[in-house]
Ligand binder design. Structure first.
Ligand SMILES: Cc1ncc(C[n+]2csc(CCOP(=O)(O)OP(=O)(O)O)c2C)c(N)n1
Ligand code: SF4
Ligand SMILES: [Mg+2]
Length: 274
């Protein structure tokens, strides 16, 4: 593992203007840039691009965001859209009820891999199989981050976690569930993609996926799903600056970046509850 240091910029004169505050760069739907997640965490980046997509599509007034339970839950306080808190793993079912009650709303869920793939796997599978017109986001970091970095069903083979200190093995722990590929097999799903936030290029490409998924919902074409691979340097036991490369080298080869399913051009496909 390499250790990198940031360049030191030397200056001989005082700055001519005040330093920019983090709020200067904060998108309109995020109340404040400060948050309590770890330095180098990928989840605020994922939340930011989701909120930017909602704002750019001018859907903020219609949006109801439903959160699972994990580190990202604390970030829900920063958002300037309606927010509901689900029980662990249950966000897609709550989203189903909200969307069917308020069909003109834009309903999105935010869950982690522990919340979605372990605690509530049946919820997201049934929601997507029914073709509910909701958009489910998975922030996949391969660990139960909030509770200490334990292995989840999405943890890749060889990955070191709090309870697989020598790395996950198929023999002892079984194989990871590659959830986007599983969901893409369901007839009710209309759009499934997997992005990542470990490089600026991937952030830009992932934002396009997020926008496409939200557009599929507004067109009533069925379930839409975007998995976003996020860095968890704390849970991975890696240096903060090494986490983006760790994601690229270890997580992405199993949970592959790209659009997995796109039925947005199929006019015969439609969602449930419409
Ligand atoms: C019913 C229930 N079981 C367990 C917990 C404890 N718990 C809270 S957060 C969490 C981990 C969530 O992991 P993940 O969804 O991957 O999110 P991350 O923290 O990695 O972002 C767990 C197990 C809980 N709050 N409720
Ligand atoms: S433990 Fe991991 S997921 Fe949680 S805030 Fe820290 S880096 Fe982010
Ligand atoms: Mg997680």
């Amino acid at each position: 593992m390499t250790t990198r240091s940031l360049p030191i910029i030397e200056s001989t004169s005082a700055p001519t203007q005040a330093a920019k505050l983090v709020d200067d760069f904060t998108p309109g739907l995020i109340n404040q840039g400060a948050h309590h997640l770890c330095p180098g965490c990928g989840e605020p980046i994922a939340m930011r691009l989701i909120m930017e997509a909602v704002e750019e599509l001018e859907l903020a007034q219609k949006t109801i965001a439903i959160f699972g339970i994990g580190c990202y839950t604390a970030y829900s306080n920063n958002l300037d859209v309606e927010v509901l808190q689900a029980l662990h793993g249950r966000a897609p079912s709550l989203a189903t009820g909200v969307k069917r009650s308020l069909p003109d709303s834009l309903v999105l869920t935010v869950q982690g891999d522990g919340d979605m793939v372990n605690e509530g796997l049946q919820e997201v599978l049934h929601t997507m199989a029914r073709g509910e017109s909701v958009t489910c986001f998975l922030l996949n970091n391969g660990v139960f981050g909030e509770t200490g970095g334990h292995m989840t069903a999405a943890t890749v083979l060889g990955q070191r976690t709090k309870n697989s200190l020598e790395g996950r093995t198929a023999q002892e722990h079984g194989y990871p569930i590659v959830i986007s590929d599983l969901i893409a097999r369901l007839d009710g799903a209309a759009y499934v993609a997997r992005g990542a936030v470990n490089t600026h290029t991937n952030v830009a490409r992932t934002k396009k996926m997020v926008k496409e998924a939200l557009a599929v919902q507004t067109a009533g074409l069925g379930g839409s799903f975007v998995e976003i691979l996020t860095m968890c340097p704390t849970g991975w036991f890696v240096d903060t600056l090494d986490a983006p490369d760790y994601l690229n080298d270890n997580i992405e080869p199993i949970h592959r970046f790209g659009v997995v399913l796109d039925r947005s051009d199929d006019s015969r496909h439609h969602g449930a509850g419409r």
